[in-house]
Structure formats: C-alpha cells, structure tokens
Design a protein around this ligand. Sequence first.
Ligand code: AMP
Length: 219
Amino acid sequence: MRALIMGPQGSGKGTQALLLSKKYGIVHISTGDIFRYNIEKNTELGIKAQKYIDVGQLVPDELVIELMKDRIIKDDCNVGYILDGFPRDFRQATEFDKFLYEKGLPLDVVINIEINNEELIKRISGRRICANCKTMYNISIENIDKCNVCGGELIQREDDKSDNAINKRLNIYHNQTAPLIGYYKEQGILITVDGLGSVNEVNNKINEALGSMWYEYYN
Ligand code: AMP
C-alpha cells in the first residue's frame, strides 16, 4: 500500500500513521520527523529547515520535494509506505505525483482526517513527546508527567509553544494543504474519516474505510 495521511496539526495523523505502518507492515515517513531529527543532529538540512519550522512556516518546496524523491526510492519503501506531513501544497503534490507516475507507482489511497479548529488548538497545546524514545502523549487527555515507556522527560515541540506559531500553521493548513483534498478526491483515491474520538476509535474508522475501499476495488 502506498498511502498518504492528511489532516491539520493535532488531528492525530502522526499517531494514526504509526499504527497503520505497524498493521500493514509499511514504512512511516514523516517530513516533520525527518526535519526534527536533522535539527537535533545539526545537519545542513536541519540548519536550513529550522528557521522556517520555529516560526510555523513551511520549509521551501524545492528542499522538501527533493528530500522526498530521494527518500521514496530507497529500498525499504518497496514494501509500501505511509506519508505523513507531505505533500503540503499543490506544487509538492503535483511534482511528487508526476515523479511517482513516471516510476509507475502512484499513490493507492489518501486518508483525510477531519476535525474542528477548537479541538485542534486544545490538542496541540497539550501535545508532549518523550525526549528519549519519542513516544507521543497528550496532557489534555491523560494526566502524565513522565514517559510510560522509558521514564523519559516529556517535552513540548518548539513550534507547539506559541499560539502565534500554532495559528499560523493552522492557517497554512486550511489555505494551502486542505485544497489537496479536492485534488485527491478527483483521482478517486480519497477516504475521509472523522478525527473526533479516542485513538482506537479513529483507527477503527480508518481501517473500516480502507476495508470498504479495497472491497469496492476488488468486486
Ligand atoms: P509536522 O511535524 O508535520 O507538523 O511538521 C513540522 C514542521 O516541519 C512544519 O510546520 C513545517 O515547517 C515543516 N514541514 C514538514 N513537512 C513539510 C512539508 N511537506 N513542506 C514544508 N514544510 C514542512
């Protein structure tokens, strides 16, 4: 399965992408994670990306598109993948699609998680990540101050700290990324799922929608 998961920041798409990658044995590719890793390691890519990320702006298209073209042709992607956080605008979507079509490996499915802004802001402000093993938590849902898995310290992403950066990212999502929903719908590969509810509930909804899609496809 070559999949893409879409949804605004705080919709739970990262968590769902991880669950889907485990269930279907496919690679989870998150551009945000790639950038954060590179920032932590102080690489050239990290240094270039950080100034945009810290203020809630998109990293320039050229940089992201090249990064993803290189990533997607790595051998581990042969088993399938789920993209998380990419593409984020029309240029990224169309250039990447062209690249995939030329390789004869277009996307099979785009999962779109829908959720309202009020819930998103609550979730983003409560989002924490273990500094050690990167497990994700939400202190607006569970009362927790240390990682359940390794006891590590829970930290907040820099770009989740200021309301300004959060709002900027949500605006960018609605103005630049959300229009891609129509683009993928026209291709007949879009499924939309309501993102309200627990992680398991949303995951069940996604699996049901995927099941119906495959059923229609094969019958
Ligand atoms: P995320 O973890 O997906 O919310 O990404 C964190 C930040 O990384 C975003 O706010 C952007 O600054 C940057 N970023 C991630 N993916 C992309 C992308 N596809 N295009 C441009 N910037 C991106």
